[in-house]
Design a protein around this ligand. Structure first.
Ligand code: ATP
Length: 512
């Protein structure tokens, strides 16, 4: 199956099994806005919970807050978003489609990267065991030329964005022969900047003076609360403030399902530290965040780091954690060393001192900040892409979501084998007991095989089948989703079995 076909299947699976629906579906949907369904909402809650607990429970020096979406308009002047939160856009005159110029270039680079990998694969087959891929990369003229092309794109893009010379970026698109994916033509407009913030009014009267923005990131809610939290929580440096919540961006090029949405959720943590120690913390968080991803059982080969070439105006180091989606490696999380930029700017714009008194140094200073920022919806998408499997079984295809049991929306399904002989009653008794602690599902319709398949498709890790023997020996058949292995266990042991397998601590313990 091609990657594009796989991605289409994942999208339809999301709709068919109640994970993700287009927003306002009955009206034809709303571009780049989505709703989470009966299985999507709990899976997303569990992912959020995993992040929240790993930040606030596993770190004695990190606390969580929940700031409002609306913020004083000066916030966005101070943060630089009013003047600088722009994307460079370019239109194709034939297809009338609009693109982000930097994304067009990055996609082009990815194609060149794939050509390099193909060359290396071919050479590996030709040379056999003695093949040294690193050596080949640094000596083969064709591979070196491809790499030089990638580096050239990086350099021009960086200079164009940093100096505001958008003409350079258009020239690069032309000289690299980048075509519109729809029309296939090179008939491009100039590159222009476009601000991504949505605005609205505070009062009922539209005066223009009370313009508000829907926050484009959650981070600023943390910065403006730095002093409140530091003082009331008696926090000592280094310490962190975590927050999850909605953010809004007028993404012109919304695509790839929930990858790029206009309304999405971020999970951000700002770690305040002494100036001069930021690189140590940056490296700490860079490593720990990747470990966090892999603790979900996702292989290391699905991830890579991507160091930023063009640093944001506030950063002195930045890296993305990218996941290998069916449409290629793309950013899911950023780790940024933001220096004292944000607190410094808020001091300037608010006139309030945002300093920390360091008792050891006996001086006050503006702390430096290392941020970790992940999109919950992209995390959701990667979780599904990683979990989605099609398996051939006895000439039939089984679709199964191999979700970590701690993340699965339903932990166990209780299934009476038949709808009579008091089996439904015993199933109900088990369900009533287990549902106090675990999200469970009970069903007596259809054959047991069909019911197993429905549970596989939403990633339920355990099916508990109640049969006639259960009435006599108070034992049930426990079926494991991934191996489909079945074993007989006593009804009394179910609670502790589910506790062990589905507890969030089974993920968290990988991180300490
Ligand atoms: P991109 O380059 O893909 O636009 P970004 O660098 O602008 O992302 P950040 O501002 O660093 O993203 O935001 C942090 C995280 O928020 C991203 O890593 C991503 O997971 C998530 N995110 C950003 N924009 C969107 C969006 N439009 N839809 C869904 N998630 C998003």
């Amino acid at each position: 199956m091609s990657d594009a076909a796989l991605f289409d299947k994942i999208i339809s699976h999301c709709k068919e099994y109640g994970f993700v629906f287009p927003s306002s579906d009955i009206y034809g949907g709303l571009a780049a806005v989505y709703d989470y369904g009966q299985n999507g909402a709990p899976l997303r809650n569990n992912l959020r919970q995993y992040w929240w607990q790993s930040m606030t429970q596993l770190h004695a020096n990190i606390v969580g807050i929940d700031a409002a979406i609306f913020m004083h308009p000066k916030t966005w002047k101070a943060s630089g978003h009013v003047d600088g939160f722009n994307d460079p856009m370019i239109d194709n005159k034939d297809s009338k489609k609009r693109y982000r110029a930097d994304v067009l270039i990055e996609d082009h680079q990815e194609k060149i990267r794939q050509k390099i990998e193909k060359e290396i694969d071919k050479a590996a087959k030709r040379f056999g065991e003695t093949f040294d891929a690193d050596m080949y990369r640094s000596t083969n003229p064709r591979v070196m030329a491809y790499q030089a092309q990638i580096d050239h794109c990086d350099a021009v893009l960086k200079e164009g964005l940093e100096t505001g010379n958008l003409g350079m970026i258009k020239e690069l698109i032309e000289s690299e022969g980048i075509v519109c994916p729809i029309s296939g033509s090179k008939n491009w407009t100039e590159v222009r900047q476009f601000n991504l913030m949505y605005s609205t009014q505070m009062s009922a009267v539209e005066s223009g003076e009370d313009q508000l923005y829907l926050r484009p990131e959650t981070a600023q809610g943390i910065f403006v609360n730095f002093l409140n939290v530091q003082k009331t929580g008696r926090m000592k440096l280094p310490f962190g403030i975590a927050q999850t919540g909605k953010a809004f961006r007028n993404e012109i090029v919304a695509r790839q399902f929930i990858m790029r949405m206009k309304e999405f959720e971020q999970m951000e943590m700002q770690f305040f530290c002494q100036p001069g120690t930021e690189m140590q913390w940056y490296n700490y968080w860079k490593e720990l965040r990747l470990k966090w991803h892999m603790a979900m059982g996702i292989p290391a080969s699905s991830y890579r780091y991507h160091d930023h070439v063009k640093l944001a105006h506030y950063a002195n180091a930045a890296v993305d954690i990218e996941f290998d989606f069916p449409f290629g490696f793309k950013e899911v999380e950023g780790i940024h060393s933001r220096t004292d930029f944000d607190l410094g700017r808020h001091e300037e714009f608010s006139g309030k001192k945002l300093r920390y008194f360091d008792p050891e140094k006996n001086e006050s200073y503006v702390p430096y900040v290392v941020e970790t920022s992940i999109g919950l919806d992209r995390l959701f998408l990667l979780t599904l892409c990683n979990a989605y499997c099609e398996e051939e079984i006895d000439g039939d295809t089984r679709v199964v979501l191999k979700l970590h049991p701690a993340l699965a929306p339903v932990k166990a399904a209780i299934l009476p084998l038949v709808k009579k002989d008091e089996l439904p009653e015993l199933a109900e008794e088990i369900y009533q007991k287990l549902r106090l602690d675990f999200p469970c599902y009970i069903e007596d319709k259809d054959s047991i095989g069909k019911r197993y398949r429905r549970m596989d498709a939403i990633g339920t890790p355990f099916c508990i089948t109640v049969d006639h023997d259960s009435l006599n020996d108070r034992s049930v058949t426990l079926r494991y989703r991934d191996s489909m292995k079945q074993e007989r266990v006593s009804i009394d042991s179910l609670h502790s079995l589910l506790s062990q397998a589905t507890a969030m601590s089974s993920l968290l313990k990988e991180l300490i």
